[in-house]
Design a protein around this ligand. Sequence first.
Ligand code: PXL
Length: 273
Amino acid sequence: MKKIVTVQDISCIGRCSLTVALPIISAMGVEACPLPTALLSSHTLYPEPYIRDLTDSLSGIADHWRKIGAGFDGIYTGYLGSLRQLDIISDFIDEFRGDGFVFIDPVMGDHGKLYSGFTPGYVSRMARFCGKGDIIVPNLTEACLLLGREYIGDTYTKDDLKAILRELTGLGASKAILTGVSMEPGRLGSAAYDSGSGEYFLCMGEKVEGSFHGTGDIFASVCVGALACGKSLSEAVECAICFTCESIKMTVSDSEDRRTGVNFEKVLHILTK
Ligand code: PXL
């Protein structure tokens, strides 16, 4: 059975990071080992969450994994909290990547803004960290931040996306997936580029009006599960768009606070097929 390690926080409320990655990757028939970077009572869109930083535990866990000879078919990093964590996880990748793939979601912001707690220094360190990846998966906000470009906003062409993707692979990862791409009403999806083969593609799904928190983590988790199962980049992206879209559709009629994320649990069965 394939096994990946996912490095990100555990936010107890709000369906993101590990509470999304573990069930999704498991449902796809891939063992998902967590390397938790922080424990939060909720994600940071709720006011004043309790936060216990776990940076000091990371090397203890890695030391034990070294002793027991742990190895992985892939490493998936998500929300990381500090410059020190980026240094530590960078060393972790060097030591544990083996022949596996390294998938980096440079979680830092959305809608043109950095999430609370992130600094310009973190952004430039993250750009360097992306060079450790084989595949990076920024949204448009994160892509512009990583490249030092002004936020692209809502109006752009396919050529703009191609230029951004090419620049993103210039950070060092051979493949880049841009999420949150929308060029016509009612359609939302991703653009991707493989600098090795020169392949570029757009994959679009239905756009449901509204803002749905945690969908980036859902998208990334499905991609990781699919890649671990041996799917190609375009198959993985297609599968991730379809699942993210179905999760959102399960949520629109629910009157829950939107900060609690999307009802992906109700469609997990799609992934087990
Ligand atoms: O979904 C990204 C994410 C992950 N983890 C934490 C967050 C966020 C986004 O706000 O706050 C703790």
